[in-house]
Ligand binder design. Structure first.
Ligand code: AMP
Length: 216
């Protein structure tokens, strides 16, 4: 399934990534018509004819793009690593919403017999990471309330997104190891890249120029 040839749909991640993406899109000549950050509407026309924007959770962006329900998308690298991005192109790092995916544990690290229990939303990434290192762990899938899991005896460690480290410190945890450096990436549907290459290339060029103009 691919959208109409003369139209182009871009799926955006709501929240912090959206607020950092909008100025770059504006510089690339694409402005949503309507209150995209405040409305419950999920689809917006833009100042550029034929280009529309969708807003959704980051985990849904690669699903829309890989299946051609959106031609392009913006999502955190954490979401792309978890999704497994073989069916997508990832042509541009926007350098926004930077953070790290880290293993964190209580200080001092509790000595555990047997397999450590690791709580995370990112079970796909964590499974691959520990397997590559030959480390045996028991993964516990949580959707939130991660940082409190060790204190409550649910897990020995967590794998989570860390920005300033404030959330970890507030919950008596400390960063142990970095699994991946995260930032937001532009992804493109493989068929759209062929069929709509001119329009997509123009947007990618304008976005990368906007990224290059930003102060380091
Ligand atoms: P901090 O306390 O600054 O280390 O922020 C960590 C918390 O903020 C984590 O629980 C994350 O869920 C969230 N967070 C911070 N930065 C990002 C980001 N770029 N993408 C997604 N979540 C983030």
């Amino acid at each position: 399934m691919t959208a109409k040839v003369n139209s182009l749909t871009i799926a955006l991640t709501r929240g912090r990534i959206l607020s950092e993406t909008l100025p770059l899109l504006r510089e690339a000549g694409i402005e949503p018509i309507g209150d995209i950050a405040g409305s419950r509407k999920l689809r917006f026309a833009t100042s550029r004819e034929g280009v529309s924007l969708l807003v959704m959770r980051g985990s849904d962006v690669p699903v829309y793009v890989e299946n051609g329900a959106a031609d392009m998308g913006v999502a955190g690298k954490d979401m792309l690593l978890e999704y497994g991005g073989e069916g997508l192109y990832e042509p541009l790092d926007l350098g926004i919403a930077r953070c790290r995916l880290m293993i964190a544990a209580p200080h001092p690290v509790a000595a555990t017999g047997g397999r450590p229990r690791v709580a995370t939303k990112f079970t796909g990434i964590a499974k691959r990471w520990f397997a590559e290192q030959g480390r045996q762990v028991e993964l516990i899938k949580l959707n939130g309330a991660l940082e409190i899991a060790p204190a409550m005896g649910l897990a020995d460690a967590i794998v989570d997104i860390v920005d300033t480290g404030g959330t970890l410190r507030a919950n008596g945890l400390e960063p142990i190891e970095t699994i991946a450096e995260i930032s937001s990436r532009v992804i493109v549907n493989k068929a759209s890249m062929k069929i709509k290459s001119q329009a997509i290339r123009a947007i990618l060029d304008a976005l990368s120029a906007a990224v290059a103009r930003r102060p380091a």
